[in-house]
Design a protein around this ligand. Structure first.
Ligand code: G6P
Length: 597
């Protein structure tokens, strides 16, 4: 993971880099560092921890040419020494790196034999020493030779004392260039530079960019100068800020009515689903959905929807497993990658594996222009705006919505009718989410009662089983409370042994075809003294009666209920984590965008 930013231009350097790194902290925040070039001097600052914790020494640094990094530790502990930038022996070359160098150990041994002295435990430091080894009088040539020896993934920004440029190069990890007037930028993604420029160039693997104040020169792997398309970013900085909210997560939870409108906008007309997908459904025998984390939960929900509406068999696979198990894939398979960031390393590798084996590919992606969105054959963007809280919320609900539209589109392409009542119900979703959000006070008071719990169980059935998984994931990732999600009927095969007076169980108990079965499960927990929190429909009397706490959500059709039912679970975990005094947006050990394996 890790975040990189680089700048050359006329602005004051330190505030720009500080600001940029703060916006990149969702990629990792174990330590940070800067190298600012001031004439032929390097000003360097490296610190353990988050940038917001101590930034005053940075403000004193002068210069208008530099690189900076926020780290998510892979090789070596999060210490000052291991933080980036890293240097060569003579401290004339400075690099920041995002990715993992898999042959770092061999390269380090080779370089040590050549008298290179290493100071950190990181894989990244070998890159600086390799560049030093090959440097004669051209940084570009040295970088080309150095990266030819690297195995693994990298996005690099490199400066050297003898040259007035920043070099940027990547393989597997993301890197964008921002085009300004008398200034230019490098960053891991657009978020830290969007307030300065909306003109973006997406660097491809093996391309090398030389960035100066005056311009950006990009060469392909053969050394030929190429003209790259400049993309215009549509969203603005306000969308990437917290506004009146205490945390990004709560802001993003409350954005969900709007986000659902965005994903639907222009895509339903006269009972028809309008998507531009290059897919011949007559030739698709099977769909494979692949993703990680929360996005994987969206895939589980989509399986039910696609099989029901499109009548195409669906398999769901963790991207990290799919990519390595030599899966059977044919040209009649459609591989769908679901990813908020569009950068998750395993999901990207899964798409590449599927493509190699002849599958058609489709991306359900939020970040416009991200690597996966550029590699798939067709895609559906979520248009949810930037999601900054590490715990995914609005991306989850918009992914489900986009996948629902996809299922209906496939149905339509197969010449089957779409029930207009379904379309009507979809259109009502934003106001139903709004209603779910209306329970905020009650949810806060329930959170207060359970803030000291050590464990939680979540139960749901059918389409709401993945919602139980998602509720448990939300709670554990931000509150550090152990939580498990189960299909409610599985309770009697193990989890019921855990039930006692200290174990809260959250049931998603809204209207469904298995409602009465789920009520029996609630009764079974109650009979064993467990505490029950239920998500119930407003008009429900049955589930409410057997629960200790009931949270109301409006009724919708079962197939759409996941979108409405997950809202109180997001709020419950948010309030519990906040009441425990934790850093909700940046939980320990996690990162928003996982660009390493
Ligand atoms: C990380 C994030 C999760 C996210 C997962 C997949 O673990 O913390 O919130 O669900 O990556 O990310 P993606 O961007 O591919 O959806």
């Amino acid at each position: 993971m890790c975040g990189i930013i680089g700048y050359v231009g006329e602005r004051e350097m330190a505030p720009l880099l500080i600001n940029g790194l703060k916006k990149l902290e969702y990629r990792g925040y174990d330590s940070y560092g800067f190298c600012i070039k001031d004439g032929d001097r390097f000003h360097v600052l490296k610190k353990k921890g988050r940038i917001s914790e101590d930034e005053s020494p940075l403000k004193k640094i002068q210069g208008n040419f530099g690189i900076a990094h926020t780290r998510w530790a892979t090789h070596g502990k999060p210490t000052e020494i291991n933080s980036h930038p890293h240097f060569d022996c003579k401290k004339e070359i400075s690099i920041v790196h995002n990715g993992i160098i898999e042959n770092a150990e061999q390269l380090r041994k080779m370089l040590e034999k050549e008298k290179h002295v290493f100071v950190s435990e990181t894989d990244s430091e070998v890159i600086a020493h390799l560049i030093e080894k090959f440097y004669v009088n051209s940084l570009e040539m040295a970088v080309k030779k150095a990266i030819s020896l690297l195995d693994g993934s990298f996005a690099l920004a490199i400066i050297c004392k003898n040259e007035d440029c920043i070099l940027a190069v990547k393989r597997g990890s993301p890197l964008v260039l921002g085009v300004g007037k008398n200034e230019n930028f490098i960053a891991s993604d657009v978020v830290p530079i969007i307030e300065y420029t909306k003109k973006i160039i997406y660097l491809k693997d093996e391309e090398i960019a030389k960035i100066t104040k005056e311009g950006i020169e990009i060469k392909n792997s053969k050394g030929k100068i190429i003209d790259k398309k400049i993309a215009e970013i549509k969203w603005n900085i306000k969308q990437a800020e917290k506004g009146k909210f205490k945390h990004f997560m709560i802001k993003e939870i409350f954005e969900q009515p709007e986000v659902i409108k965005n994903v639907l906008r222009g895509r339903i007309k006269d009972n028809k689903i309008k998507l531009t997908l290059d897919i011949n459904f007559k030739k698709i025998n099977r769909i494979i959905l692949t993703a990680c984390g929360t996005s994987w939960h969206s895939c589980l929900i989509a399986k039910t929807l696609i099989e029901k509406y499109a009548q195409i068999p669906v398999e769901v696979d963790y991207a990290s497993e799919f990519r390595y198990r030599n899966p059977l894939v044919s040209k009649n398979d459609l591989l769908i990658a679901v990813s908020q960031s569009g950068e998750t390393a395993d999901t990207l590798a899964a798409i590449r594996e599927g493509k190699k084996k002849g599958a058609k590919t489709l991306g359900i992606i939020n970040v416009v222009g991200s690597t996966i969105s550029r590699e798939v054959d067709s895609g559906i963007y979520l248009y949810s705006g930037p999601e900054t809280g590490v715990a995914s919320t609005k991306a989850f609900t918009s992914q489900i919505m986009a996948l629902f539209l996809f299922a209906l589109y496939a149905r339509q392409e197969k010449k089957c009718k779409i029930d207009p009542r379904l379309i009507n119900e979809i259109k009502k979703l934003p106001e139903k989410i709004e209603e779910s959000l209306g329970e905020v006070k009650k949810i806060k008071s329930i959170a207060k009662k359970f803030v000291d719990s050590s464990n939680f169980l979540y139960f749901g059935r059918g389409i709401n089983y993945p919602v139980a998984l998602e509720g448990a994931l939300k709670l554990k990732e931000i509150s550090y409370i152990h939580a498990e999600g189960y299909p409610a009927a599985e309770m009697k095969h193990g989890p019921i042994a855990l039930i006692d007076g200290n174990m809260p169980s959250v049931f998603i108990a809204t209207h469904s075809k298995t409602f009465s079965k789920l009520i029996s499960n609630i009764e079974e927990v109650k009979a064993r003294g467990g505490k029950i929190i239920s998500i119930v429909n407003k008009e429900d009397k049955i589930a409410r009666k057997c629960s200790d706490f009931a949270i109301n959500v409006p009724r919708t059709i079962e197939d759409l209920s996941a979108i409405v039912n997950v809202i109180p679970l997001q709020l419950l975990s948010y309030f519990i984590a906040d009441m425990r005094g934790l850093d909700v947006d940046k939980p320990r050990n996690l990162a928003k965008s996982v660009t390493v394996e």
